[in-house]
Design a protein around this ligand. Structure first.
Ligand code: DQQ
Length: 714
């Protein structure tokens, strides 16, 4: 099946009449876009696959090709039937040498290619050389966090020959993603009038971050079956001309809904703006109105005009006023300002900062919310007082990770103080030790719980995203509660509604896994699967193991293939039958000289793909395991995303992986134990997962409804 690029006819192709019959040319705007993309692509070795000027329009992404104009015996793009995107056009254009005006083609489709190239070069003020080309920075110069995947910047390795089959498989079945194009941060999540709403940073013009980011919008009754809605807000005013950036929703007690968001202005100044629904009785809240006197807030004195963004949900004080916090930085100190308002139109800055941490750089997408001590109920954002702790979260622009800390918010002094300053926000615990950024939580008054969404970027190159026609996912929505056992961390867990996607369960009960062994767990396909596993490690071996001073970290200690006394052990997912490709999600126990045990939870992607143009970094972190607890993990595999939760969600790792063989029915699951001394007893349940309805992914295990199967393990 070919990758389906969804392209409106308006995507820049123009039909051109000539005396000798009809032919097709790209209009000037298209040519400019294609040429700038091709200049960005020309250094990579993707091109040889497409360079044969005599080849037809077919290529890895275009099998099926365009149709033949029978009358003139000439191949022409058929936008209706082929429906390819800008990315497809680029590749087609490159493949038939459209830009070169070389005479290889009697009728080049970009007739002023050289002039366009020269103009672009001089605009950038530099000659682009294929050798030292790096992707155009997408973010920092505009005063917002870098969006392109810099782990792979300037990649010169041969680019893997991706096929349609492989790229089509990468699209997920039960993660939220728009039908096409680029997505980043979740914005303004809320429950309103029977529907969950998710807005998101979206580039309607293509699969890479852009300078006209808008708010995409979708609604759902259960966060499982989503309705894609029209874009909620576009960049159409001077104060948001460079992008409608991140922000939050507040549902007021009288039912009004307030959106506050950052607009990047025509001069790249970050202003805060107000918007509200045009029609509150529309449960889908399709139309949004921007307040006519926007912006409502500009950067405070002494703060750089592009270091002031991402307003939070408002909380109500005991005096009945509303407060919001906004992230910023002063030199290298990350900080958050607090503003007070009665009407969301005029604001007063409160003195001091809510909190500041030296050396953490710009704070994006700050979140501040209460959690209950002694209960797993979620709390409305305005709750404070006895039995309540406040969690502060910051997204660090410098390393693009989300950090949280547990502490106390004092309304009178307007300061948040961490319980343990050694693990202050930005220097301590992360929500997730893989790819997970710019997250946002909301209180779900429907089920009395707090829910977290996070942006999960790609780990491949922009070139491949252009081929796919889409980039980025949202994590599964996760419930957030204070871990009542430790009280020093949160527990994150996929919302219970996700369980309704489970199909017939396969159970593997109390399997003995000897040191050095690998056991296949027979399932039809685990491209979409929910896996729960528990491990008991041989106690005698644990006790007999001598302690050591050697420090273990998942990333630096050799991954799943490294043999240790008490690990690694766990599961291999997205593994083909020969395990040429495999992604491991595993534990490793290390024993210190004083006999204390430390457990790490890791995801090893180093052998996840034969492709070398994807990031395969090993992820991991320490996970608290309390006396008497078994080691447990839950892994949700959904094509190119693997979300792992250890010990009920104390430590989480979300990864993007891009196998080339371990796909479709060859995406298998294995148990493994690379400990040299300790055997294991493992119990595993695997549920294939059906697709949510928004993602018309073909591999959905027969599209059965949840009623067909209660997914229970016998
Ligand atoms: N993304 C938005 C900004 C935010 C950043 C722009 C975080 O508002 O700071 O797309 O990824």
């Amino acid at each position: 099946m070919m990758v389906k690029f969804m392209l409106e006819d308006a995507y820049f192709i123009k039909r051109h009449e000539r005396g000798d019959g009809e032919s097709w040319v790209f209009n000037e705007e298209t040519c400019l876009k294609l040429i700038s993309l091709s200049m960005a692509s020309e250094a990579n070795t993707l091109l040889p696959q497409f360079q044969d000027p005599t080849s037809s329009l077919s290529g890895p992404l275009l099998d099926g090709g365009g149709d033949i104009d029978r009358q003139h015996g000439r191949r022409r793009p058929n936008v209706k039937e082929i429906s390819i995107g800008l990315s497809g056009l680029l590749i087609v254009a490159i493949s038939i040498g459209l830009f070169a005006d070389t005479g290889r083609h009697e009728k080049p489709l970009c007739r002023h290619a050289d002039a366009h190239r020269a103009a672009l070069r001089s605009r950038r003020g530099q000659a682009m050389s294929p050798v030292d080309w790096k992707p155009v920075s997408r973010g920092k110069p505009q005063g917002v966090s870098e969006k392109s995947n810099h782990a792979l910047a300037g990649i010169r390795n041969p680019i893997f020959p991706w096929t349609n089959n492989m790229l089509t498989w990468q699209r997920t079945g039960f993660h939220f993603q728009p039908e096409k194009n680029w997505m980043n941060d979740p914005n303004g999540p809320m429950f309103y009038n029977g529907y969950y709403h998710i807005f998101y940073q979206y580039n309607p013009d293509g699969p890479i971050w852009g300078d006209k980011i808008v708010w995409g919008h979708a609604a759902s009754k259960d966060m499982v079956e989503w309705i894609h809605l029209p874009v909620a807000m576009v960049a159409d005013h001077w104060y948001d001309e460079n992008g409608v950036w991140s922000g939050s929703a507040t549902v007021l007690p009288d039912g009004q809904v307030i959106l506050l968001y950052t607009g990047s202005s025509n001069e790249s100044v970050q202003f805060q703006n107000l918007a509200y629904p045009a029609n509150l009785s529309d449960p889908l809240l399709i139309d949004w109105v921007k307040y006519p006197n926007n912006p409502v807030l500009g950067p405070p004195p002494g703060i750089k005009s592009n270091d002031f963004r991402d307003p939070t949900t408002a909380w109500k004080t005991s005096a009945g006023k509303w407060r919001i916090t906004i992230g910023s930085k002063a030199h290298r100190t990350g900080l958050a300002f607090v503003y007070e308002t009665e009407d969301f139109k005029s604001y007063q800055i409160l003195s001091g900062a809510l909190h500041a941490v030296h050396g953490t750089g710009m704070w994006e997408c700050v979140d501040l919310f209460p959690v209950a001590v002694g209960s797993e109920d979620g709390l409305d954002s305005s709750t404070n007082g006895g039995g309540v702790k406040h969690v502060m979260k910051v997204s660090l622009d410098d390393d693009r990770h989300d950090y949280y800390a547990i502490g106390t918010y004092n309304e009178a002094t307007n300061a948040w103080v961490p319980d343990d300053p050694t693990i202050d926000v930005g220097i301590g615990i992360r929500y997730d030790y893989g790819k997970f950024y710019a997250s946002k939580s909301f209180y779900d008054q429907n089920k009395k719980r707090r829910i977290l969404w996070g942006w999960v970027p790609e780990s491949d190159t922009e070139n491949v995203d252009i081929m796919k026609g889409w980039a980025s996912l949202q994590s599964l929505p996760r419930t957030l509660v204070l871990d009542q056992k430790t009280r020093t961390n949160l527990l994150q867990w996929p919302v219970e509604e996700i369980d309704s996607l489970r199909l017939d369960c396969k159970e593997f009960n109390r399997l003995r896994v000897e040191p050095g062994s690998v056991i296949p767990l027979a399932v039809k396909s685990a491209s979409q699967a929910d896996i729960v596993a528990e491990f008991e490690i041989d106690k005698a071996a644990m006790e007999a193991t001598p302690g050591s001073d050697q420090e273990f970290t998942c990333a630096s200690s050799g991954g799943a293939a490294q043999l240790g006394t008490l690990g690694p052990f766990g599961l291999l997912v997205l593994a083909d039958h020969r395990r040429i490709e495999q992604t491991s999600v595993h534990f490793y126990i290390s024993k210190a000289r004083d006999g204390s045990l430390k457990t790490s939870f890791c995801t090893d992607r180093s052998r996840s793909s034969k492709a070398d143009d994807v990031d395969k970094q090993i992820y991991g972190a320490f996970v608290p395991v309390l006396e008497g607890e078994k080691l447990s993990m839950r892994i949700l595999v959904d094509h190119s995303i693997v979300e792992g939760f250890a010990q009920g969600g104390r430590t989480c790792i979300t990864s993007r992986v891009y196998p080339t063989r371990a796909i479709y029915d060859d995406a298998q699951v294995f148990l493994f134990n690379n400990a040299t001394e300790a055997s294991l007893v493992a119990s595993v349940k695997i549920w294939p997962m059906r697709s949510m309805s928004i993602n018309s992914n073909t591999e959905d295990h027969g599209n059965r409804s949840p009623q067909d199967d209660d997914g229970s393990c016998i």
